[in-house]
Design a protein around this ligand. Structure first.
Ligand code: CAA
Length: 387
């Protein structure tokens, strides 16, 4: 029996910052951001969106009357949680009217959380083939105004159902993972912005990729020649390129050209959304599916990296030929209707944090289906505008 990704959905708010404008405001050469970092736009998150609303919007695209009752577990990966105790999964469960006979849990290990969800879901579905698991990766990447990390901010959510006989990607059994206690990136509980040792984090990322990729190859007897595409966690798209370059010399010239072309397809959407931490690898997978010319049976590699640090390399084979026009059409429409934020408007929204007391928010500028309307009696108030 094959188990894997059956459906996949994405959501990010409808406003963005142009990074050429940001470069000008920060007295940087725009090519540093566009080429050196590999980002051209970044999502701006309004105060009326958080990981719960974004996750509910992403998941609402793939939860229908056909699969709602089959969902037995929600695994919500995030490092931008909204409560020290209650899981974000519980709110999503209610907003999507999922059944009560369900496990709803939040997991955290930086940008790795959703991958833990996928692997746990794979094992669960193997044992319970008539059930499905909803896996969510949702985050808001914040480093601060005028910091080196600012150009690598962003946010959004990816939701996936893991099921038997999947329609998108059948997961292979083999996987290689590794963890080490390192301080490359972290966010103490009292901070809303991450702390990062930037260059160090890049080096650890590449070291982890090489270690888990080669361990996977040793376990399976596969080589780089077995992959039509390698996808990466993309905190910024140049990072994935550095990962790819670390193993490209192992491929033939012809294979190198294929991997490079498919890498370009896999970073197209991330370039315009920015970092969504644990959802980034899966946005890159969507970008590949929507933009590359691949055929059913092609093997895709997935490298997941969460600072702190945990890395995992695993793989799957495509169930259908790509490009998947439904995904491409969705993203074409999304990018077309997004509105640009000036640098001043972005800075103002960046600084507008939720207060630590009851508040009523103005949601008029937010056209999302799910919005945060405020805090009442210390409880976040969520509204489904289609309810
Ligand atoms: N034209 C073209 N390229 C240019 C350029 C120009 N005019 N000016 C500079 N560049 C290039 C530089 O040569 C450099 O390229 P390489 O990385 O290939 O050497 C690149 O642009 C970046 O320049 P700097 O190194 O000078 O950039 P910086 O010091 O301002 O910061 C950064 C870069 C460290 C990535 C910083 O943005 C950062 O800290 N980001 C957050 C941390 C991060 O994302 N780390 C990734 C691994 S951790 C992870 O993956 C988990 C996660 O999600 C956070």
């Amino acid at each position: 029996m094959q188990v894997g990704i059956d459906q996949i959905g994405f959501y990010a708010p409808n406003q963005y910052l142009d990074l050429t404008a940001l470069a000008q405001a920060r007295n940087e050469d725009p090519n540093k951001y566009l080429i050196g970092i590999g980002q051209s736009e970044q999502v701006v998150i309004p105060v009326t969106q958080d990981v719960v609303t974004m996750a509910a919007s992403a998941a609402s695209q793939i939860i229908t009357d056909d699969n709602r009752d089959k969902i037995a577990m929600v695994i919500f990966g995030t490092e931008s949680g909204i409560d020290h105790s209650k899981s974000a999964a519980m709110y999503v469960k209610r907003l999507l009217q999922l059944p009560d006979q369900i496990r709803a849990i939040e997991v955290k290990q930086a940008c790795y959380g959703a991958t833990f969800g996928v692997q746990t879901a794979k094992d669960f579905v193997r044992a319970n083939p008539d059930k499905q698991v909803l896996v969510i990766g949702a985050d808001i990447a914040r480093y601060g105004l005028n910091t080196p990390g600012e150009v690598t901010q962003g946010g959004g959510a990816v939701a996936m159902t893991i099921a038997a006989d999947p329609q998108i990607l059948a997961l292979d059994d083999a996987t290689s993972f590794r963890s080490e206690d390192v301080m490359d990136f972290w966010r103490p509980l009292y901070r809303t912005e991450a702390l990062v040792d930037g260059r160090y984090s890049e080096n650890i990322y590449v070291d982890f990729f090489k270690a888990v990729f080669h361990d996977y190859c040793a376990q399976t007897g596969r080589t780089i020649a077995d992959f039509t595409a390698l996808t990466y966690h993309l905190p910024f798209t140049k990072m994935g390129l550095k990962g790819l370059r670390a193993v490209l010399p192992e491929a033939s010239e012809q294979q190198q050209a294929i991997l490079k072309a498919n890498f370009e397809a896999s970073r197209a959407y991330n370039r315009r959304v920015g970092n969504l931490y644990t959802g980034s690898l899966y946005l890159s997978l969507i970008s590949l599916l929507a933009n590359a010319e691949l055929t059913a049976g092609d093997r895709i590699g997935l490298f997941s990296y969460g600072s702190g640090a945990e890395g995992e390399f695993y793989s799957g084979t495509l169930v259908q030929d790509t490009p998947q026009l439904n995904l491409r059409n969705w993203f074409d429409a999304y990018f077309k209707q997004r509105r640009e934020c000036s640098v001043a408007a972005y800075e103002q929204q960046f600084q507008q944090q939720l207060p630590a007391h009851d508040v009523l928010l103005d949601t008029r500028a937010d056209d999302a289906r799910f919005v945060l309307t405020g805090i009442r009696h210390d409880q976040r108030q969520y509204v489904d505008r289609q309810a």
